[in-house]
Design a protein around this ligand. Structure first.
Ligand SMILES: Cc1ncc(COP(=O)(O)O)c(C=O)c1O
Length: 234
């Protein structure tokens, strides 16, 4: 099957938020919209074909998720990242951002603090503030080449605050573009274990990385880290 990444697609009748809401969001349409992770390439033909088959059934009532749905997610994780999980640990959700909000409510109380590493995808901070939790930030460090690393001394200091009970990790990281190394992730996990902080690992970008780079699922590093981690992927 051939994939075309060069075709220019007219999205004017596509109800595309990225293009059509520029004026509403930023006050002018004369901008290049890089504010949302929405691509201007056609969906893969295999996916379109599966959707056409569904449409042709002409019935759209309540559906259930068959075992094959969970098995495909488990097999993908094992094939791509060498990490084997049980299907029983998977929970379907309408999206990663709704999951963050649900998890923040489930895992913390209003008097608790939640740590994020800035700059980071803006809904992390919004979710924390909207749910009346206190936001704590650990700034990422940028070198002269634009390469970001974690400030582990500051991270440890922030995690040692007993009010900090949850850390939302972005891995790979949006927007700094880092695919965190296994050693970096292991250090994050060890610090969270040391200070009793649970982790939500947003790994939505795990499949879109440069060739030659390896993504390590945080929870695959050790059983102890797995036990304190909830991973979100899509
Ligand atoms: C780090 C990160 N998490 C989550 C999302 C969106 O997830 P969803 O559309 O499933 O809510 C994005 C989209 O850009 C993202 O960059």
């Amino acid at each position: 099957m051939k994939y075309c990444f060069d075709e220019k697609i007219d999205r004017s009748k596509n109800h595309s938020a990225k293009w059509a809401e520029l004026g509403k969001k930023f006050g002018t349409d004369d901008l290049f919209p890089m504010w949302i992770a929405d691509m201007d390439i056609k969906t893969a033909p295999e996916i379109v074909q599966a959707m056409k088959e569904k449409v042709e059934q002409e019935i759209f009532g309540y559906v259930y998720r068959p075992d094959s749905y969970y098995k495909s997610a488990v097999d993908w994780l094992e094939r791509r990242f060498g990490y084997k999980i049980s299907e029983k640990t998977l929970i379907h959700s309408p999206g990663v951002v709704p999951s963050l909000s649900i998890l923040v409510k489930l895992m913390t109380n209003e008097n608790e603090k939640i740590l994020i590493q800035t700059p980071v995808y803006y809904p992390f901070a919004e979710t924390i503030k909207d749910n009346k939790r206190t936001l704590v930030t650990n700034e990422l460090v940028r070198d002269e080449n634009g390469y970001y690393t974690m400030d582990f001394a500051d991270l440890e200091e922030k995690l040692s605050d007993e009010k900090v009970t949850l850390f939302i990790l972005c891995s790979p990281h949006n927007p700094v573009g880092r695919v965190w190394k296994k050693e970096e992730l292991a250090k994050v996990g060890e610090l969270c274990l040391k200070y009793n902080v649970r982790i939500i690992a947003d790994e939505i970008w795990r499949d879109i990385i440069m060739p030659g780079v390896t993504h390590t699922p945080l929870a695959s590093i050790s059983k102890e880290i797995e036990d304190i981690t909830i991973t979100c992927f899509s």
